[in-house]
Design a protein around this ligand. Structure first.
Ligand SMILES: Nc1ncnc2c1ncn2[C@@H]1O[C@H](COP(=O)(O)OP(=O)(O)OP(=O)(O)O)[C@@H](O)[C@H]1O
Length: 249
């Protein structure tokens, strides 16, 4: 049976999930998962490949009509989704991609402002194929944020970018989220990315959220901070990855 799926009722929560199930054939990917995300909270979701991270995100995004369970799935109406590939319409310019569905001069103005916020001022008339991968992802972020979402769902948004561009995108996302304060669920493989950005980190394994860790380090986060290293070791252990230090112990 599909869970009771509806718009959010509580003002202080951006996500309220109870008893979410998802099976593919005989395989249970999400096994009675519960989760609350507060307004403005930045949550990262880690898990091994195939653990069901994207399945979970799609359920929250309302993109999976076959989720099961008898519980609750409440998300805000104004949510945005960003994927690993920017998914821009190649036959529309950058500004047209950002303002799609936004009417009139106010929409244009909001689109220009969003593009300036992601560092693409002056590129409004460019075509997607004239942009680098990182720039295309900036457009995808602008397209999401121009709608002022209460919830941003991001599925490996920087997974296809080189390491340097990814670090720049971390700074940008951190700034944008500090300014606009959407709740965020960021799916990532990258433990350091999760620790750099999130207020809270979840680990999904065998259908369950086996870790729910609050990150209280100051931002921007210093990768050399021993507390950062300790959290990394803890998360890698939850992911079943042995670090050299642990092996020696
Ligand atoms: N539509 C589908 N039909 C059948 N099986 C599916 C479907 N979608 C996902 N799966 C299976 O569900 C499991 C979880 O997939 P999912 O993409 O959610 O994992 P993930 O944690 O996001 O993986 P990755 O990190 O590799 O992207 C996988 O075993 C996958 O093969």
């Amino acid at each position: 049976m599909a869970p009771h799926s509806s718009q959010l009722k509580s003002a202080s929560r951006a996500v309220h999930v109870r008893n979410l199930m998802r099976r593919f054939a005989t395989k249970t990917i999400l096994d009675r998962v519960d989760l609350d995300i507060a307004e403005g909270e930045f949550v990262a979701l880690l898990g091994r490949s195939g653990s069901g991270k994207s399945t979970f995100l799609k359920a929250l995004a309302g993109l999976d009509h076959d989720v099961q369970g008898t519980g609750t799935l409440e998300t805000p109406e104004n949510l945005s989704v960003v994927f690993q590939d920017a998914r821009l319409l190649p036959w529309r310019t950058v500004i047209q991609n950002v303002t799609l569905g936004l009417p009139g001069p106010a929409g244009q103005e909001a689109g220009r402002k969003a593009l300036a916020e992601v560092g693409l001022e002056g590129r409004e008339a460019a075509w997607p194929n004239q942009l680098s991968g990182g720039e295309q992802q900036r457009v995808a972020l602008a397209r999401s944020l121009v709608r002022q979402p209460s919830l941003l769902l991001a599925d490996e948004p920087f997974g296809a970018l080189d390491a340097l561009t990814r670090l720049k995108m971390h700074d940008l996302l951190r700034e944008l989220c500090a300014r606009h304060r959407p709740a965020v669920l960021l799916v990532t493989h990258d433990v350091d990315e999760a620790i750099s950005l999130a207020d809270r980190i979840l680990v999904l394994d065998e259908g369950h959220l086996i870790e729910d860790l609050r990150i209280d380090l100051p931002t921007p986060r210093d990768h050399g901070d021993p507390r950062f290293a300790k959290i990394r070791t803890q998360l890698l252990s939850r992911l079943g990855v042995e670090t050299p230090g642990r092996r020696a112990a």
